[in-house]
Design a protein around this ligand. Structure first.
Ligand SMILES: NC(=O)C1=CN([C@@H]2O[C@H](COP(=O)(O)OP(=O)(O)OC[C@H]3O[C@@H](n4cnc5c(N)ncnc54)[C@H](OP(=O)(O)O)[C@@H]3O)[C@@H](O)[C@H]2O)[C@@H](O)CC1
Ligand SMILES: [K+]
Length: 497
């Protein structure tokens, strides 16, 4: 699903109006119908909506929604926060408002008097994508008041005060429980700083031109589904590929075991774990399917071994910081010719010596979390800036960077960003990243495309976490449970082909 900037959304709007054709007022009617029906589905009639309307088209939506909710039988009120003269479609909807059914609240004082009720459904239609500056003065006071008031809160299209595709400087921003947004997610919804304003968000399809959407490029996309590549019916284990996990050391082998098990459950033909002397038994007992590449060192890895026939190396989880291990890493960067997946401590080596970035083979996959990313590429004031840096660095080094988070952002060497839509809070646990790194290693040989592998692995990893919460409370999902559920996630993504 594409994520468009406000300018492109306006173009999509115009294109639809001209080409469908449909009048702009009817498009507003269509959008508002979607919202009113959604509310009808989720909120019983004892909720009393108060629509707070601005004077632009977001306000116009609010007025149309008010009319519809009143028709459905809700006791509906409207507060005209910016007066009675607005955009053409706002004015048309104000005229259509049936004053007999919808109560118009006159004055701020009167609003406050009527708003003492926990069953109020606040509907924010003050500003939408036309916000041009931070909200100040009386309108800021109004927003602050509603934020503190009791009741449920729904934002139409985008919470008022929030900019759709740039950092928001203002302090007065509507805090929604739910944002009902038209046609496209806004980039602001995927930014961690904005979580408190956006709440849960839902996209309502208002039928903007498919032709425009398909033909218009966007740097941002949200992955809503994936199709897994299946091995040929005649495949043998070699066709499913070979992956070596270079991870863990004495007392830290759990990370290597998790990564190897995740790779194994992700379709790999042969899994190998490079292991130092003291940890061989751990690997052999935990993963009977794994081959061992014997490292002569006792406690930490340090030997550059024979990786020539390996399709992919996963390097980094809990590797530790022994000098010999860092040297092994440099050797790998200089000599290994297959696909590399770098995670955890391997990323720290890169941040300790950023010149090593020049050695990364084209198409290498890096999987930092936000802390690792900032250590590697510098501090960022906000997540928008971080995303910009993500695009630049992926382009500059011709690599794939999977920035982990609630909406993991995967940047391609062309500078395109694919946000992942699956996953939940239960996955923010030690070991979860090791599982993801292993999955990427396990999935690469079949997909053969590093970008697609990263997108698919992030999606499946999150989906597996989502499936886990059907059975487990979020607090009790472990990384091992993610691996156990992978088969269900994989089934869901092969059946939909
Ligand atoms: N996408 C689609 O296809 C569809 C979109 N639709 C809807 O249209 C919405 C966009 O409508 P919109 O362009 O009229 O903008 P909106 O935010 O209502 O108001 C702009 C007005 O506010 C003013 N203003 C701005 N900031 C201000 C501030 N801080 N303080 C004070 N004033 C401020 C601004 O003034 P100006 O910046 O010109 O000075 C202007 O007068 C969109 O979000 C969606 O809900 C649907 O109807 C159907 C299909
Ligand atoms: K709004």
């Amino acid at each position: 699903m594409k994520i468009f900037t406000v300018d492109k959304i306006r173009e999509a709007d115009q294109f639809t109006i001209e080409n469908e054709p449909i009048s702009s007022l009817n498009l507003m009617e269509r959008a508002s119908t979607q919202v009113a029906q959604w509310i009808l589905k989720y909120f019983p009639k004892y909720y009393r909506p108060i629509i707070v309307a601005g004077k632009g088209n977001n306000g116009g939506d609010g007025l149309a929604i008010a009319r519809m909710l009143a028709t459905f039988g809700y006791q509906t009120k409207v507060y005209l926060a910016m007066g009675t003269d607005g955009s053409d479609d706002f004015n048309a909807n104000l005229e259509r408002l049936d004053n007999g059914r919808v109560d118009i609240i006159e004055g701020y004082q009167s609003l406050k008097e009527r708003a003492i009720d926990k069953n109020i459904l606040w509907i924010d239609a003050l500003f939408g994508s036309g916000l041009s500056r931070p909200i100040e003065g009386g309108l800021a006071e109004l927003i602050d008041y509603i934020n503190k008031a009791e009741g449920k809160k729904i934002a139409i299209d985008i919470p008022s005060g929030l900019f759709a595709d740039q950092p928001t400087e203002g302090k007065s921003i509507f805090q929604a429980d739910t944002t009902l947004s038209f046609q496209f997610p806004k980039l602001a919804f995927l930014i961690p700083e904005n979580e408190a304003y956006v709440g849960d968000w839902t996209i309502l399809d208002i039928g903007l031109s498919r032709e425009y959407i398909d033909q218009t490029e966007s740097s941002f996309e949200l992955t809503k589904h994936i199709k897994l590549t299946k091995a040929s019916k005649f495949a043998h284990k070699g066709d499913r590929g070979r992956c070596t996990i270079i991870a863990g050391g004495y007392t830290r082998m759990g990370a290597a075991v998790l990564a190897a098990r995740a790779a194994l459950h992700s379709g790999i033909g042969l899994i190998t774990v490079q292991s130092c002397q003291k940890t061989i038994n751990v690997v052999q007992q935990s993963i009977p399917e794994a081959l061992i590449l014997k490292d002569c060192n006792e406690y930490s890895l340090g030997d550059f071994l024979e990786y020539g026939n390996q399709d992919v190396l996963v390097v980094g989880p809990a590797l530790g910081f022994a000098e010999k291990t860092k040297k092994l890493f440099v050797e790998i960067l200089k000599n290994y010719k297959g696909q590399l997946v770098l995670d955890a401590d391997a990323l720290t080596y890169l941040s300790e010596n950023t010149e090593l970035l020049q050695l990364l083979p084209k198409g290498t996959i890096l999987t930092p979390h936000i802390g690792e990313f900032d250590r590697l590429f510098g501090k960022h004031d906000n997540h928008f800036d971080r995303l910009k840096k993500l695009q630049q660095k992926a382009k500059k080094h011709q690599i794939i960077i999977l920035l982990k988070g609630k909406y993991s952002a995967i940047a391609s060497p062309e500078g395109q960003i694919y946000f992942n839509s699956t996953g939940n809070n239960s996955m923010a646990k030690g070991g979860s990243g090791d599982v993801l790194a292993g999955m990427i290693g396990g999935m690469f040989p079949l997909t053969k495309n590093p970008l697609q592998t990263a997108i698919n692995a992030a999606f499946l990893h999150g989906l597996s976490g989502d499936i886990a919460t059907d059975t487990y409370d979020e607090d009790y999902v472990t990384p091992s449970i993610l691996i156990e559920n992978l088969h269900l996630a994989q089934k869901m993504c092969t059946q939909t082909q």
